[in-house]
Design a protein around this ligand. Structure first.
Ligand code: ADE
Ligand code: ZN
Length: 357
């Protein structure tokens, strides 16, 4: 199949339509700006009513050097003052997921983030987030599942276990995994072994750990060996360690990589030489993800266009990367094979529309 390209891989309007499976995106970093602005104004938060100035204030600064802690400092948890605020920001954010051609997403969120400032009941907040996101995803025709994020700097592992048990008790079937995020430089994996032993023993959820983002490959090993990670968030330092790459290949441990985010956080300095292309060609299971698109002032489609341009990926490569994502999804095998079938049909439709024989 030839591409009717001149080259459509850099055509944003068309690339938006390419069906995408995304395993790594934070709800806290993908907020709908106009809704957040309205909430900020309504709640008397100290921001200007000028939208452009507001945008600059809440996004990663355009004039900043790449920096992990500056990036993390953009996750504010004091916007919301009512359950309605939480509902509105979640609903409006997820409603726009179809703009990116999302086909299936495992969206991660931190109940603590949405509940902390007002000390809302964590169970209630979790239900509000899931109900609002489910309704919006149905409207946007996006299949959605959820990962619950625990933030390294916000709770110790015993507090995490308590919250985890509360959430597990809700038995919400769309929650399929647990994520560990936050500052890996100050809070390495060995501080969370009890928590992830509990998660593993329960056997209810998949586990993904942010690791090797701004830490060496050793933290990826530790996340696998001691935290039982089934997937790794970022893992850019994996490129330095061939034995680790072999382990990921042998055990099908998927790397959720995020090109734009990795540049802004300083995880990877030379974007065009990001490890994703080399790891993919070595057979390491890698996937393309957006991480925090609103904070980054990008979208997932931008990361697809970058991946095509930097690593000369074809549409067949993109299809393979998405099949890797489906394989790594925290879904039962039967649901994965159903998803794979539907996904391949959607890609065929895309190819029939935009590529010529
Ligand atoms: N939370 C949101 N984005 C993150 C990132 N890139 N690293 C760690 N924690 C995060
Ligand atoms: Zn992340």
């Amino acid at each position: 199949m030839n591409m009717a390209t001149g080259d459509i891989r850099s055509n944003k309007v068309i690339m938006k339509e390419f069906p995408k499976v995304e395993l790594h995106r934070h709800l806290e970093g993908t907020f709908h700006l106009p809704t957040l602005h309205r909430i900020a104004m309504q709640n008397g938060l100290p921001y200007t009513d000028d939208m452009d100035a507001f945008k600059s204030a809440v996004q990663f600064p355009k004039d900043s050097e790449p920096d992990f802690l500056t990036f993390l400092s953009k996750f504010k948890n004091d916007w919301y003052r009512s359950h309605q605020d939480v509902h509105d920001i979640v609903y409006d954010s997820v409603r726009h997921f179809s703009d990116d051609g999302l086909f299936y997403i495992e969206l991660r969120f931190s109940p603590e983030h949405f509940a902390f400032h007002n000390d809302f009941d964590r169970m209630e907040i979790t239900r509000i987030v899931i109900d609002a996101a489910n309704a919006a995803a149905a409207e946007a025709n996006v299949l959605i599942r959820y990962l619950v994020t625990f933030n390294r700097g916000k709770q110790n592992q015993y507090e995490m276990i308590d919250l985890y048990r509360t959430i597990r008790g809700l038995a919400i079937p769309e929650i399929v995994g647990i994520d560990l995020a936050g500052d890996e430089t100050q809070y390495p994996p060995d501080q969370f072994t009890e928590f992830f032993r509990t998660v593993k023993e329960d056997g209810v959820y998949g586990t993904t750990i942010h690791a090797g983002e701004v830490s060496p490959a050793e933290q990826v090993w530790e996340s696998i060996d001691r935290l039982h990670a089934g997937r790794i968030g970022h893992g850019t330092s994996t490129i330095d360690d061939e034995a680790l790459q072999k382990r990921l290949i042998d055990e099908g441990i998927v790397l959720e990589q995020c090109i734009t985010s990795n540049y802004q956080t300083g995880s990877w300095v030379d974007e065009q030489n990001h490890p994703l292309g080399r790891l993919y060609r070595s057979g390491v299971p890698v996937t393309i993800n957006s991480d925090d698109p609103t904070i980054q002032d990008t979208d997932l489609t931008d990361d697809y266009i970058k991946a095509c341009s930097y690593f000369d990926l074809s549409f067949d490569d993109l299809e393979k990367l998405n099949l890797i994502a489906i394989e790594g999804a925290f879904l039962p095998d039967r649901e994965k094979s159903e998803l794979r079938k539907k996904y391949l049909a959607a890609v065929k439709q895309f190819k029939d529309r935009f590529l010529v024989d």
